[in-house]
Design a protein around this ligand. Structure first.
Ligand SMILES: [Zn+2]
Ligand SMILES: [Zn+2]
Length: 325
């Protein structure tokens, strides 16, 4: 139909017909808007989230996808759990699925490969299983970008852990460790020797013991300490002294560390601007609002970064470089 014909047929519409046609048109608009919101809007500024999980506390894949898009994430690295075991490394089975019902290598890889460009995948296994190295290596060969999330009840310098540090170096893939003293990857104070022994391995520190230790006066009691922070805690020392040591800002512990002392946060982000990576590790379904810690962490980084360059490094550039994206 030529434009003139369309115009004349529109002109012939009665007022009632016009309203009905408008309503139908608006309905189409609403559907289009819904479809639009479920596809990635090209955000003005890309953000890489290096720490997310599938089936996190039972969240569906669709909810996870909507969560990441609502937060404005352009690239997500999905971190699988190890297999189901009943040994001490998983506290007799209580910490299977990363203690959060998360799924393992096959499910994570399949999901990421079905969303090319938007999702990448890690490789993982229970640290002290005899087949841990071969299982992880299988997925590294298939394109896994990181060994993670290592969240098992082992010493951080155990022979089994060290075997994986060597594997990480062999494949140029960082290894991400959940540090929670006494529960997962214990021995935080001994890390300098690990960083020195495995200089070709890039380590990413994460979780409670990491973020409580921004404070030089940390008393090793609370997992989520509050109040003023004394500069120069172990985490700050490790980031400053070891080129192969990084930290991801994820989870409640990361956000807590950003919010407890604003002056320290501004100093910390600037000082370690080349070593901090954005991760959400966020399990809600909305991806926005007060219940979304991941969105809160992005907001805090934007608020306290000394300038745009520092903000972009933490939200994007550092991960792009480290993961060669
Ligand atoms: Zn996690
Ligand atoms: Zn969230």
């Amino acid at each position: 139909m030529a434009p003139l014909e369309l115009a004349s047929s529109t002109a012939r519409l009665s007022r009632r017909g016009f309203l009905a046609a408008s309503a139908a048109f608006c309905g189409t608009c609403a559907a289009a808007r819904a479809a639009e919101s479920s596809t990635p809007n090209p955000p003005p500024e890309p953000i890489i989230d290096i720490h997310q999980h599938t089936h996190y506390h039972g969240r569906t894949d669709l909810q996870m996808l909507a969560h990441q898009r609502a937060m404005g994430i352009t690239t997500t690295i999905l971190l699988p759990a190890g297999r189901t075991t009943l040994g001490t490394a998983t506290h007799g089975g209580r910490s299977n699925g990363l203690a959060a019902n998360c799924t393992g290598n096959d499910a994570v890889m399949a999901y990421a490969l079905a969303q090319p460009g938007e999702f990448l995948f890690g490789a993982n296994e229970v640290t002290d299983l005899p087949e841990a190295k071969s299982e992880i290596e299988k997925y590294l060969k298939l394109g896994a970008k990181i060994i993670a999330e290592q969240k098992f009840n082992v010493q951080c310098d155990s022979p089994e852990s060290e075997r994986l540090y060597t594997l990480a170096a062999d494949y140029g893939a960082p290894i991400l460790l959940h540090f929670q003293e006494g529960t997962y990857n214990s021995g935080f104070k001994r890390l300098p020797a690990v960083f020195e022994k495995f200089r070709k391995t890039n380590f990413i520190m994460h979780a409670q013991t990491t973020w409580a230790n921004i404070d030089a006066n940390y008393d090793w009691k609370s997992h989520y300490p509050t109040g003023p922070v004394a500069k120069g805690g172990l985490t700050s020392q490790y980031l400053a002294d070891h080129p192969n040591c990084f930290a991801d800002m994820s989870a409640g512990s990361g956000l807590n560390s950003l919010l407890r002392d604003e002056d320290h946060t501004r100093w910390f982000l600037e000082k370690h601007q080349d070593k901090i990576l954005y991760g959400s590790d966020c399990a809600d379904t909305l991806g926005r609002g007060p219940g979304c810690q991941g969105a809160g962490t992005i907001a805090a980084i934007r608020k306290y970064a000394a300038n745009k360059s520092v903000e972009r490094k933490i939200l994007y550039e550092n991960s792009k470089k480290l993961f060669r994206l």
